[in-house]
Design a protein around this ligand. Structure first.
Ligand code: SF4
Length: 227
């Protein structure tokens, strides 16, 4: 498997926010979201076997929560899914961040999938969501919309309502996009959409969603990697 980095931090953007977590960041992505903060994953990475990755995870114990992220981890699904099963068998709790474009039906149900639905503001990645993945969602899963403006919010709201999304998953996350050129300030000034506006819109519409801030960009300087 091609790995960019593996490290321990706290989970930053889901219902697991703030919980210690080992991140396994895999290389490569087939999308190009306009607001992507992980472009350094598009190329490169070092090859590791499943055994070597498990050894790195074990070297960071104690910590039983492991998140696969990227890039797009499902581009390496042939190796990733057996690795996930081995970790589940060893009683790890697993999460996976995915763009929602790759088929997810084969992911073990115990994995907490954080599945993006790309909004218009994602640029060329907009509307890349694989609608068949709605059937692969479980109550363990969370569906995330990254929002750049009111148009994105209305897209998310309509997608949630049209597809009866709330009963299909555990959480719906609305995440204001972050600037690609942030200052070193640990501040909402670096969000491209004011979180306060998102809250006002959610309350006005009674949307069954959770505001999600990327807390690692407030705990550390926004450009810091490996945290
Ligand atoms: S899917 Fe993720 S890694 Fe790929 S371009 Fe979009 S934000 Fe970046």
């Amino acid at each position: 498997m091609h790995l960019i980095e593996l490290y321990k931090s706290v989970q930053g953007e889901s219902s697991f926010t703030g919980v210690p977590c080992i991140f396994v960041r895999l290389a490569g992505c087939n999308l190009r979201c306009a607001w992507c903060d992980s472009e350094y994953t598009f190329t490169g990475g070092q090859p590791f076997t499943q055994d070597e990755i498990i050894a790195q995870i074990e070297a960071l114990q104690p910590c039983r929560l492991v998140e696969f992220t990227g890039g797009e981890p499902m581009l390496q699904h042939k190796e990733l899914i057996p690795l996930m099963q081995r970790l589940l068998d060893s009683n790890y709790t697993l999460m996976m961040e995915t763009s929602g474009e790759r088929p997810l039906a084969d992911v073990p149900k115990a994995v907490h999938k954080i599945v993006d639905v790309k909004c218009p503001g994602a640029g060329s990645a907009a509307n890349s969501f694989n609608m068949a993945n709605l059937d692969a969602l479980t109550p363990n899963d969370e569906v995330k919309f990254v929002l750049t403006d009111r148009t994105d919010y209305e897209f998310a709201r309509d997608f949630i309502n049209t597809n009866w999304l709330a009963p299909k998953c555990g959480e719906i996350l609305l995440s204001p996009a972050f600037s690609k050129t942030p200052t070193d300030q640990r501040s909402t000034e670096n969000a491209t959409l004011d979180p306060r506006l998102v809250v006002e819109w959610m309350l006005a519409d009674g949307l069954p969603a959770r505001l999600s801030l990327q807390i690692h960009k407030y705990i550390w300087e926004p450009r810091k990697k490996g945290v």
